[in-house]
Design a protein around this ligand. Structure first.
Ligand SMILES: [Zn+2]
Length: 239
């Protein structure tokens, strides 16, 4: 163990765990990029743009206080509950591809969750500040605390782990929020006749790939958390 060389020198196994997480998220984000790329080449027969579809779905749900606006970049689409603004990346906002309509409907799904006070979304929003604290302070305390755990005082490392666990909880609670938004999106696209039956699998492909990025984030956070717990327990058992 190289803990004694300094508090910020983590063992090689830590970088391995970090590397696995980075690989997972790289794999997931390349999947979503290629799925989006593929289905953004295929025009939807309804010929409506992402912005038009988003506005239509909002109206159909009686949600009249959510703005839809374009935002720069690719795959930067998101719903901002504080300002009740649905921001669609320029390709999604302006295009009428199967990918664009799938993503637009997914983001509207978040606006609907917000309007209907969907439990997991409310919990997730309330959890944001806690998770923010955990991702910074938690990691620092674990890094300082692990060498101390090896010299017999694991308390600081445990406090760090508890804080870090708050970020893991955040990545886990994000999963039902994202799955639900995609489920709502596909149902709305089908029910509203926005995409035909043979167009829906393309939209599903894009949304499933996007969901995998959240699964990858949750898996790598959970892996890191378990690794930290294992390290502290291992340190305690050495005595
Ligand atoms: Zn989403």
């Amino acid at each position: 163990m190289c803990y004694s060389t300094g508090v910020f020198f983590m063992p090689l196994s830590y970088w391995l765990v970090l590397g696995i997480g980075a690989l997972l998220s790289f794999w997931a984000s390349s999947k979503v990029k290629s799925a989006f790329q593929k289905w953004s080449q295929v025009g939807a027969r309804s010929r409506r743009t992402g912005a038009q579809v988003a506005n239509a779905i909002l109206q159909a749900h009686g949600i009249l206080d959510v703005k839809v606006e374009p935002v720069a970049g690719n795959l930067t689409d998101h719903y901002d509950p504080r300002s009740k603004t649905l921001r669609l990346s320029e390709p999604v906002y302006h295009q009428s591809s199967i990918a664009a309509l799938g993503v637009a409907a997914h983001e509207v799904g978040h606006a609907i969750q917000h309007a209907q006070r969907y439990g997991p979304l409310q919990f997730r929003s309330a959890w944001v500040p806690v998770a923010g604290l955990g991702s910074n302070l938690g990691l620092i305390l674990v890094m300082i605390g692990l060498p101390l755990a090896y010299s017999g005082s694991p308390l600081l490392a445990w406090i760090g782990v508890v804080l870090f666990a708050a970020t893991t909880v955040f990545t886990l609670i994000t999963l039902p929020v994202e799955f639900d938004a995609s489920k709502r999106a596909l149902a709305t696209l089908e029910r509203g006749g926005i995409l035909a039956a043979d167009e829906l699998p393309g939209a599903k492909n894009v949304l499933d790939a996007a969901a995998m990025t959240y699964v990858a984030a949750a898996a790598s956070s959970l892996l890191t958390l378990l690794y930290f717990v294992g390290q502290i327990l291992g340190a305690s058992n050495r005595e």
